[in-house]
Write a protein that binds this ligand. Sequence first.
Ligand SMILES: Cc1cc2nc3c(=O)[nH]c(=O)nc-3n(C[C@H](O)[C@H](O)[C@H](O)COP(=O)(O)OP(=O)(O)OC[C@H]3O[C@@H](n4cnc5c(N)ncnc54)[C@H](O)[C@@H]3O)c2cc1C
Length: 487
Amino acid sequence: MSDVNTGSSPRRHQVVVIGSGFGGLFGAKALRDADVDVTMIARTTHHLFQPLLYQVATGILSEGEIAPPTREVLSRQANATVLLGDVQSIDLEARTVTHQVLGRQSVTPYDSLLVAAGAGQSYFGNDQFAEFAPGMKSIDDALELRGRIFGAFELAENLAAKGENVDHLLTFVVVGAGPTGVEMAGQIAELAHRTLKRDFRFINTHEARVILLDAAPQVLPPFGAKLGAKTKKTLEKLGVEVQLGAMVVDVDERGLVVQDKDGTQRRIEAVTKMWAAGVQASPLSKTLAEQSGASLDRAGRIGVNPDLTLPGYPEVFVVGDMIALNNLPGVAQVAIQGAKYASREIKGRLKGKAPQEPFKYFDKGSMATISRFDAVAMVGKLRITGLIAWLMWLGVHLVYLTGFKNQVTALLHWTVTFLSNDRSERVATEQQIFARAALQRLPGGASELVSAPGSGNDRRAELEAIAAEESRLTDSGERGRVSDRTA
Ligand SMILES: Cc1cc2nc3c(=O)[nH]c(=O)nc-3n(C[C@H](O)[C@H](O)[C@H](O)COP(=O)(O)OP(=O)(O)OC[C@H]3O[C@@H](n4cnc5c(N)ncnc54)[C@H](O)[C@@H]3O)c2cc1C
């Protein structure tokens, strides 16, 4: 086992946590009472409650309600520091993490490392689809989709007012019939068929088509055949067209091409598409695998030891969506329980305790909403559907939302949406739809829009002179005074 700083040296044991998602945040919190310094490095300033992203995309919740600032969440934890940074590399021999923000690079050393960088969307080798069919993994994704969905209705109203065809604007395609796809399709259908039905004059939003596509033969495969069939039926009652055995082979700005099981290809004209079809572990898995020799599976998940450590590197723990261990699912509880286990191990080592038993996941059940008042849930051998499952979904999501403030405002928004059918978060701006694509077209991304590290001193003198002149004009009363001089 590697050396562990036991606290007798002047420098405390340094724990670096990568990621502020479920694994990162719960791991850092579990170290609250430990004699360590915790540095959390994440590429966003918030902790994201991904299971409710679809509600941000469809105007039910605001982004702040599902993404509290990590800094605020950890503000009372004296041993925790939060750093914004995109981790580029991990040097397992030197025990350092290299991260950067807007071109500024930093290196942070560690004694113990908890890697919880999660997973991104997988387009199965067709990353070019992403521009036309955003995934559902981040606040940017959800806001972009919100802009695209509400924007499509606006454009349709404009064209319909001129008597033009709007079918391509009023067709919404969700790719992937897992929990996210089902929730998204159900919500777009409710939006079109209920929420927006009185808001437009030239289009009938009730005629909007919502298509849920999947190459697999059933909806919600992880929930089993019975719940899958029940979900399909409920979606169809809501007005969602469920097309199974349908593989997407091309996506462009105006639509997509689908190949059916018999090999025939057909095109669906749809401006608004969303991708919920696959996941790919963080590229940090590859970095770790290359240095440690650990295995990677097809989704890029890294093989870890039964105690969640990286083979050959007992001071490095990897948890959550990044790992391949005993076919564990990519769900929040796997990340939370794994992170708590890793934190317990770090604390135990510092106290000289024997290692814990291998990590064992306790499955608390899974659930997915289909529409308001209707959900499906699996708890142990129990299969629950309808209103009871929906109430369970409501309770669980409320309890797990981070922060009392967010729980109260989310409950208020849910009351508005579920009882009156209105939605409070319908703001859609051009930025939401186009800014990300514009940034991606800059070779250096956002860092091209700021000065290089260390520059800016020339500008300082100029800014100071402008401020001094502004202040002088106010103090001397010269503002607005008519000059004596003639032009
Ligand atoms: C739309 C959606 C709905 C879901 N619904 C459910 C559900 O209903 N129930 C359920 O149990 N699970 C659900 N999940 C899955 C669940 O959210 C994940 O299993 C869980 O978030 C995994 O936790 P994690 O800590 O491994 O990763 P994440 O929570 O994804 O956190 C990863 C963190 O790492 C950061 N990061 C990534 N790369 C870097 C880098 N290079 N440098 C710095 N930081 C980095 C990210 O910014 C993020 O903070 C859903 C997921 C999605 C996307």
